[in-house]
Design a protein around this ligand. Structure first.
Ligand SMILES: NC(=O)c1ccc[n+]([C@@H]2O[C@H](COP(=O)([O-])OP(=O)(O)OC[C@H]3O[C@@H](n4cnc5c(N)ncnc54)[C@H](OP(=O)(O)O)[C@@H]3O)[C@@H](O)[C@H]2O)c1
Length: 355
């Protein structure tokens, strides 16, 4: 039997009510794990929290607020955002800004805020791409939406080969020089371009802190394309996103597709990705997790964090139950060689992902 509490029961024992003024749990750092980002001096939490899905205008603000505050209470100090997150674009940052103003402002010094720019958010040539104009105007807009003077990490959201890398990197450097960002990152860059960006940034005196790629048992790209080696060599950390493959690496889709789950509610995960092959492989991984007394979600998170190049697993959650459950992943014994071999057998690259 798995130790999994059925997800529909979304009331964790630790649930706190945030109806009045928020006061953070004084014990929030007692069990929180932090990991150093590459060769920088900055520690990131082992789990970072992202606001990509279910933090737009189409979900209840009070639920969003409860999840964000609960994450902070669990020692999650890093919140990942982007101009694009919504819907509509920018809504997730505006919602986070409301929580920051109302509840988290006294804790701003204890929080790492990330934002990204460069993915399209409108038809204008200045609302897409990685030109200096697009990146720096997006950053100014994000600062207004978040209600903060600076972000901790400003990312180029994607590799844009139509813009000289020197221009994109120059915009990141300017953001730091103008005091609008403390550190810089890149996301979805191929290893060769990541290396070039790291060199340009080093020359400019603004070292690349982190790269944000996708990584999970079902997406092995960074194990095979050389990014892990480049990260080690250039001294940047990896903040890996979608470590649960958007929920595919949990037991939620093994029998059916629950109402309201991401596969029913997002353009980024569709029911046709839940195939019989997906279910067979996931059932085998789930059995392995059960034999360890944990859930598949917990096993999948432990698995990405086994790599020293991975600084932080960037998770999403649609309930406080999921957060509590997932953060408990670090309470289990490390995966053995025999268990890792079984994960290799059933964790086939591309499963469920339409790659
Ligand atoms: N740089 C980029 O291009 C990029 C791209 C994508 C994401 N990101 C970042 O990465 C963050 C995380 O991405 P992600 O949300 O795809 O991560 P994920 O952790 O792989 O998936 C999270 C989703 O899985 C489901 N889930 C989580 N725990 C569960 C559990 N224990 N049992 C059952 N279902 C569970 C929830 O969805 P439901 O409950 O709704 O089903 C949750 O929202 C984003 O918010 C964003 O900050 C960056």
């Amino acid at each position: 039997m798995s130790n999994r509490t059925p997800e529909p029961n979304r009331t964790p024992e630790s649930k706190r009510v945030y109806e009045t003024a928020f006061a953070a749990d004084p014990e929030r750092y007692e069990n929180a794990a932090f990991r150093r980002a590459g060769s920088s001096g900055l520690d990131l939490p082992a789990f970072s929290f992202g606001l990509w899905q279910k933090f737009g205008a189409d979900y209840a603000y009070e639920t969003q607020r409860e999840i964000i505050l609960h994450a902070f209470d669990l020692g999650i100090t890093h919140f990942d955002n982007a101009d694009r997150y919504g819907p509509p674009h920018r809504a997730a940052q505006q919602n986070f800004g409301r929580v920051l103003a109302r509840d988290l402002a006294p804790y701003r010094d204890e929080i790492l805020l990330s934002t990204k720019a460069g993915n399209p958010i409108g038809p204008s040539p200045y609302l897409k791409g990685s030109s200096r104009k697009s990146l720096l105007t997006s950053l100014d807009h994000s600062l207004r939406d978040l209600g903060t003077d600076y972000v901790d990490i400003f990312y180029s959201h994607r590799q844009d080969d139509s813009v000289p890398l020197e221009e994109t990197v120059g915009a990141l450097v300017s953001a730091v020089q103008q005091g609008k960002a403390l550190y810089v990152g890149i996301s979805n860059y191929r290893p060769d371009r990541a290396h070039q960006a790291a060199e340009l940034l080093r020359d400019a005196g603004v070292p690349l802190l982190v790269h944000q790629p996708r990584y999970s048992i079902y997406d092995r790209t960074i194990e095979n394309n050389g990014l892990l080696e480049v990260a080690e060599q250039d001294g940047f950390g990896l903040v890996v996103y979608s470590p649960l493959a958007q929920g595919l690496l949990t037991d939620k889709y093994l029998e059916s597709i629950p109402d309201g789950a991401r596969a029913t509610a997002s353009t980024f995960l569709s029911p046709d990705q839940i195939t019989e092959t997906y279910r067979q492989r996931t059932a085998e991984l789930n059995k392995l997790a059960e034999s360890r007394g944990q859930s598949l979600a917990q096993l999948a998170l432990q698995w990405v964090l086994r790599k020293p190049e991975v600084t932080s697993a960037l998770i999403g959650a649609s309930s406080v139950w999921q957060l509590d459950h997932n953060v408990a992943a670090l309470d289990f014994a490390p995966l053995t060689d025999a268990e890792l071999a079984l994960i290799e057998e059933h964790g086939v690259h591309g499963t469920g992902l339409n790659l």
